[in-house]
Design a binder for this molecule. Structure first.
Ligand code: ARG
Length: 455
């Protein structure tokens, strides 16, 4: 490609460190799409003649078919996807192929290809996250009033409905989708036509190529256009946060499927056995989802480190943007699919959840609230009295609801029979009708609202 002033070839190590075709061949669809947009524009502006454009177009179409059919030979000595396609084009249509690269550089070409790829990936992630949200909403609709423990510090705090817990993930994934959508909005400017870095003297039409590729507008500064990789960083940052959210669900599944919790059951579809311990059913998929954030954070860190202190404009350093991003995107898509699959697969164990919800006097707050609302005690006094009643219940091996009235009154004379109305798990859950709270009617309404907002 630069034969003009090079006589000798690169050393083996030079070729090895320089080549990116092993991974950037993944950009072939976007590279050809970009070339078509550029070619149509060169033709429309009269920079390339109609017959030449037709010839080149035919060549690009053939290459597309060759790649799709697996008949295209990617050559490492041709370095990257751009030169592999350009060289094949020359083989197919002869020297006229060289006109395609008029008013274009690999710098704006790769920036365009990679943006298009990340944009497609954002759309795929959004669809996958929507499906995961649907899975959690379905579970919430199926179990709007099944009691389970609500934890803080992994200690029984207050009982909640299983569906309420499911809808917490719908919110997280909704914000994740928002972050990807924000990133997509900023990403959607076309670098094509920035050429090497300074623009071009040819009378190109950047609005035309931007529109053809679905971009909102051409990027305003040619130097920024070829240097910017924020769009990939934002994609990875949003992906890292998403992976963190999924890892929290995964960790809960690991806990919940253990014999100690036994809150939910995962079928054979999402578990594995042990080669030695016949009784085992291991939540491998959940563990792997739990482990994925490292890859996303790693890719973000790697790319941020590449860009840090890099002088404008393009530097070959930037070729390091793709491999980690591709890999991270694949991991993310798998993690989302596995989380959605497990959310659909898991079956709550009603008896265990109900029994666990009962442990550790989780309606002690309801007891304190009752003393405030019915007897006008200051909350701190009510808190102290409820604490003493918890201790008394423990001494007797009873739940608060089982503690006799005289024992209650010995601690706080103001208490009467009606206190028992608030001490059951079901009553406690049903009472939490504040907006965003766990009352079953809220959960039903929130699930319906989530369908409207997200699906
Ligand atoms: N393979 C290169 C990359 O991924 C394409 C751009 C090369 N540009 C250049 N001036 N060497 O970054």
């Amino acid at each position: 490609m630069w034969g003009g002033r090079f006589a000798g070839g690169p050393s083996e190590v030079m070729a090895a460190i320089n080549a990116s075709i092993s991974f950037d061949q993944r950009l072939h669809v976007h590279d050809i799409r970009g070339s078509h947009a550029h070619l149509d524009m060169l033709e429309a502006t009269g920079i390339v003649s109609l017959p030449d454009a037709a010839t080149i177009r035919g060549g690009l179409d053939r290459i597309e078919k060759e790649i799709a059919a697996g008949r295209f030979v990617f050559k490492p000595e041709l370095e990257d996807i751009h030169m592999n396609i350009e060289a094949r084009l020359a083989e197919l249509v002869g020297p006229v192929a060289g006109r395609l690269h008029t008013a274009r550089s690999r710098n704006d070409q790769v920036a365009t290809d990679f943006r298009l790829w990340v944009r497609d990936e954002i759309d795929a992630v959004d669809a996958a996250l929507t499906d995961a949200q649907a899975a959690f909403i379905e579970k919430a609709e199926a179990w709007p009033d099944l009691p389970m423990p609500g934890f803080t510090h992994l200690q029984n705090g207050q009982p909640v409905a299983f569906g309420h817990h499911m809808l917490a993930y719908v919110e997280m994934l909704g914000r994740d989708r928002g972050r990807f959508a924000d990133a997509r909005r900023r990403l959607n400017e076309s670098p094509l036509g920035a050429a090497a870095l300074a623009g071009t003297p040819f009378p190109i039409d950047r609005d035309m190529t931007a529109a053809a590729l679905g971009f909102d507008r051409p990027a305003a500064n040619s130097m920024d256009a070829v240097s910017d990789r924020d769009f990939a960083l934002e994609f990875l940052a949003a992906g890292a946060i998403t992976a963190l959210h999924l890892s929290r669900f995964a960790e809960e599944l690991v806990l919940w499927t253990s014999a100690q919790f036994c809150f939910v059951h995962l079928s054979d579809a999402f578990t594995t056995g042990s080669s030695i311990m016949p009784q085992k059913r291991n939540p491998d998929a959940a563990e792997l989802v739990r482990a994925k954030p490292g890859r996303l954070l790693g890719a973000f860190t790697a790319l941020a480190t590449v860009l840090k202190g890099l002088p404008l404009t393009y530097g070959k350093d930037m070729q390091e943007d793709k491999e980690a991003t591709f890999e991270a995107a694949d991991s993310l898509m798998l993690a989302i699919a596995a989380a959605a699959g497990m959310a659909r697969d898991m079956k709550p164990n009603k008896a265990r959840l109900r029994a666990a919800a009962e442990l550790g006097h989780p309606t002690a707050t309801d007891l304190a609230d009752w003393m405030v609302r019915r007897r006008g005690l200051p909350f701190r006094d009510a808190h102290r009295a409820a604490g003493a009643l918890v201790a008394e219940a423990d001494r007797r091996g009873l739940t608060l609801a089982q503690l006799p009235l005289d024992a209650m009154q010995a601690v706080e004379a103001e208490i009467d029979e009606s206190v028992y109305d608030v001490l059951s798990i079901e009553k406690s859950i049903a009472a939490r009708t504040s907006y965003g709270g766990t009352a079953p009617d809220n959960v039903r309404r929130a699930a319906a609202a989530a369908r409207e907002r997200f699906l």
